[in-house]
Design a protein around this ligand. Structure first.
Ligand SMILES: [Zn+2]
Length: 470
């Protein structure tokens, strides 16, 4: 049975009257001196499309390194959103969806078709996934986290194209604004040493994302787009229900605050962080209470709203430009022999890992030794840049990439343009744990990345971002 449960219900149950208590005189648009600045005009178009599965049994849910999640219904809608930016003859688009990660084949099809039919160059498309663990399994480069549905993937591809087409047809002259809102209490680091081993457990003493980048497009004085980027696993829920998780709730609160605005969430460097919902001792995550999805989403949205209404946004001037760098990331040597996977499969009989190790046995001769990687730099004016990175990028990269362009606001977006496992910092390899080590199995990787991966990525990023600190 399908269960429907809207945000409005939760809004009214949990926070009834909150909005109506706001004084009527409060400026709707966060009036500040930003209004008097004249930025270069950029044409901006936006659209969102619901990507809920159509039928029961069409999909299985993704995430959590297991494949025992069916699909029992919808808690709240998942969507794909697209923002197209066009200036100085250059067009680019940010596409963001409530899925675990974008499938390589889907993106390849869309890049080719969008370039041909909408005239946006393939390299100028940034596909970001919110990493909702309550979305359909769509990535073919995974094993053991659900079954990819060909029919759903085709449907998602078509809906995403429609969304991009609508956004490309919605271009209006806008002014762009940027800012970074403090967001201290939304995520918590999830790597903690317990009894000598690295566990997935809340760690308030270790850093994680504590700020939210905001990009706003306004036509005249009214909001058109509020794009926000924060880094955390949106993984409060673990039932068999579709949900956009707390980032979807945050979008709803923002859209309710700013009339006419479309809110778009871009996942940042959230690989080693989780939604900050723990017991009082902060030693245990609490999962699957649906009200927490709204509570945390509202917390993030209020951080953003306080920032915008406080007049903190700065206008952005200058040209749009895109640069891309592609290279490979090397894996550690696979020390397992083919027969080892038979033993592992036997040891895990009756568990999902049995199927996983069978897969490794069956594909032993074609197991990867390296995987593709892509860095994408999108300048939206001369003081704002998005750097998009493939993979489950951890928080440590945010400051290091941002430091390459000290005179710009840099939005570092992980989970972009495909995901082949976690992109860890060098320091995490000797520490061990899920991200550098155990997680590789579900991404069809026979071993983790080399610890030099961090320095390889950063030196390529330095080349890509050189000349950006003008
Ligand atoms: Zn993850």
């Amino acid at each position: 049975m399908r269960r429907m449960m809207g945000w409005m219900l939760l809004l009214s149950l949990l926070f009834c009257g909150c909005r109506s208590k706001e004084p009527d005189t409060q400026p709707q648009n966060g009036e500040t001196d930003q209004e008097t600045e004249t930025g270069t005009n950029v044409d901006v178009g936006v659209s969102t499309v619901c990507i809920n599965p159509r039928e029961e049994n069409e999909i299985t849910l993704a995430g959590f390194g297991n494949d025992n999640r069916g699909y029992d219904g919808i808690l709240d809608d998942i969507e794909v959103g697209c923002v197209v930016f066009s200036a100085n003859g250059v067009k680019c688009a940010v596409i963001a969806a409530d899925i675990l990660g974008w499938d390589m084949e889907i993106m390849a099809q869309l890049r080719e078709r969008v370039e041909r039919e909408l005239g946006i160059p393939q390299d100028n498309l940034l596909f970001n996934a919110s990493h909702s663990h309550s979305g359909p399994t769509t990535q073919k480069n995974t094993v053991g986290i659900g079954v990819v549905s060909e029919s759903y993937n085709a449907y998602l591809t078509e809906l995403t194209f429609q969304c991009m087409q609508q956004a490309a047809g919605d271009l209006e002259t806008c002014r762009l604004y940027k800012g970074t809102a403090p967001a201290e209490n939304v995520a918590i680091n999830r790597r903690r040493v317990v009894n000598g081993t690295m566990q997935m457990s809340p760690n308030p003493n270790e850093a994680c994302c504590n700020e939210c980048d905001v990009i706003v497009a306004k036509r005249g004085n009214s909001f058109k787009v509020v794009l926000f980027s924060f880094g955390s696993h949106p993984s409060i829920l673990n039932g068999n229900y579709i949900s956009a998780e707390f980032v979807g709730a945050a979008r709803t609160v923002i859209e309710n605050r700013y009339e006419g605005a479309t809110a778009i969430f871009v996942q940042g460097c959230g690989g080693d962080a989780k939604a900050n919902i723990t017991d009082e001792t902060q030693t245990r995550f609490i999962s699957n209470r649906y009200e927490d999805v709204y509570i945390l989403g509202n917390r993030l949205a209020q951080d953003i709203i306080r920032y915008i209404d406080g007049g903190k946004l700065k206008s952005v001037k200058g040209d749009v430009a895109v640069k891309v760098s592609r290279f490979s990331l090397q894996l550690q040597k696979n020390i397992k022999k083919k027969e080892d996977y038979v033993t592992l499969a036997e040891e895990n009989r009756g568990q999902y890992l049995h199927k996983v190790y069978r897969w490794y046995y069956d594909h032993y001769d074609e197991l990867a030794t390296e995987v593709p990687f892509m860095l994408q730099r999108i300048d939206l004016g001369d003081s704002l840049t998005i750097v998009a990175m493939m993979g489950e990028v951890v928080w440590g990269y945010d400051a290091k990439i941002s430091a390459l362009m000290p005179n710009r606001t840099v939005v570092v977006a992980g989970y972009s343009n495909g995901v082949y496992g976690y992109i860890c910092t060098a320091k995490m390899y000797p520490e061990g744990g899920y991200e550098p080590d155990r997680s590789t199995t579900i991404y069809q990787l026979p071993a983790g990345y080399l610890p030099e991966t961090e320095s390889n990525i950063l030196s390529s990023a330095a080349q890509l971002c050189g000349g950006g600190s003008e």
